[in-house]
Design a protein around this ligand. Structure first.
Ligand code: AMP
Length: 305
């Protein structure tokens, strides 16, 4: 099944207790696209970068089968730039700099061949652009998954609520779920968010796993793989979302049972992402590596009858 991915493709600078990076490749859609390439062979990317962006990374995505016809490269302009600093526990971070640059005026042009995708991943991006993307599709996709963050809740809440009406699954972290709903209890927050549009909500809790809530009071929990070292959590949420929708698209399914497995795939992929700075580790793993991690999840989640 075809999978359209949209989101930021960017430069990041990351500070962790283990060290800092200079400018490296990041962006929500970069992580999502890389994660999906292990599971799908029909992926299209819609994004924008400046003339300063890293051509090698574009080639990496191309060589892994991502159709880049929807990538705009803006002459004389700068790519989106984000600088984040992690706290000692690595579960929380502060945004130090967000420079929208090309993202500030991004007009998402969907190539003709991508106007009827089966699955759509709206990665972290301005809610207006997410909405425009959906409005430009010729038919309703089988499934739309959306990710967002507190930045857009702070500056574009009304637009964000408009997109929410059109998406099937929302993935956000626990802090963002509390901000969006105004509820501290995650169960109450989920109940409230499920009235805003999505039929399914996934709340990411970093090293504490992910909770999935759906209509009819369905709930599922998936732990994160306990790792000896977490080096850089940047992009883990995007990688998770890419693995989640990538698995569903590979099966052509959208039901809650299949979403449970999809969460495990997302979590397994995210476990690689955090082991090195940026996209490095994710870009180097194979399907065999993923299968080993999936087996570890099976052990971890074993429940006696
Ligand atoms: P995550 O760690 O999964 O929340 O995602 C981190 C990625 O999100 C980084 O690579 C950033 O480039 C990207 N990012 C940060 N802020 C924004 C924003 N306001 N809009 C779009 N992407 C962003």
């Amino acid at each position: 099944m075809s999978l359209l991915v949209i989101g930021s493709v960017a430069f990041d600078a990351i500070d962790t207790p283990f060290g800092s990076t200079g400018k490296i490749v990041g962006g929500a859609a970069s992580y999502i696209a890389l994660a999906t390439t292990l599971l799908n062979d029909k992926i299209g990317l819609v994004a924008v970068v400046g003339e300063d962006f890293d051509g090698n990374f574009i080639e990496t995505l191309k060589s892994r089968g991502v159709d880049m016809a929807g990538l705009q490269i803006k002459k004389g302009e700068k790519s989106f730039f984000w600088h984040g600093k992690y706290h000692v526990d690595m579960n929380s971070r502060d945004t130090l700099v967000t420079e929208l640059n090309v993202l500030g005026t991004f007009d998402p042009i969907i190539p003709e061949s991508w106007k009827e995708p089966d699955y759509v991943m709206l990665g972290n991006l301005s809610p207006q652009v997410q909405l425009t993307t959906l409005n430009r599709l010729r038919k309703k996709p089988k499934l739309v998954v959306m990710d967002t963050m507190n930045f857009w809740m702070d500056i574009g809440l009304q637009d964000l609520k408009e997109v929410l009406k059109k998406v099937d699954v929302l993935t956000i972290n626990d802090e963002e779920a509390r901000q969006l709903s105004g509820e501290y209890s995650l169960v109450k927050a989920a109940r409230s968010i499920l009235t805003m549009g999505p039929q399914t909500l996934i709340i990411k809790k970093g090293e504490h796993g992910a909770l999935m809530f759906a209509e009819k009071e369905q709930t599922f929990f998936c732990p994160a793989l306990p790792l000896e070292e977490v080096f850089d959590p940047t992009g883990a949420g995007d990688t998770f979302a890419g693995g989640f929708i990538g698995y569903l698209a590979s099966k052509g399914r959208t039901d809650f049972e299949c979403m449970k497995t999809a969460i495990v795939y997302g979590s397994a992929l995210a476990s690689f992402c955090v082991e090195q700075f940026g996209t490095t580790k994710l870009a180097s793993i194979t399907l065999d590596d993923l299968n080993i991690r999936l087996a570890q999840f099976r052990e971890l989640m074993f429940l006696p009858e």
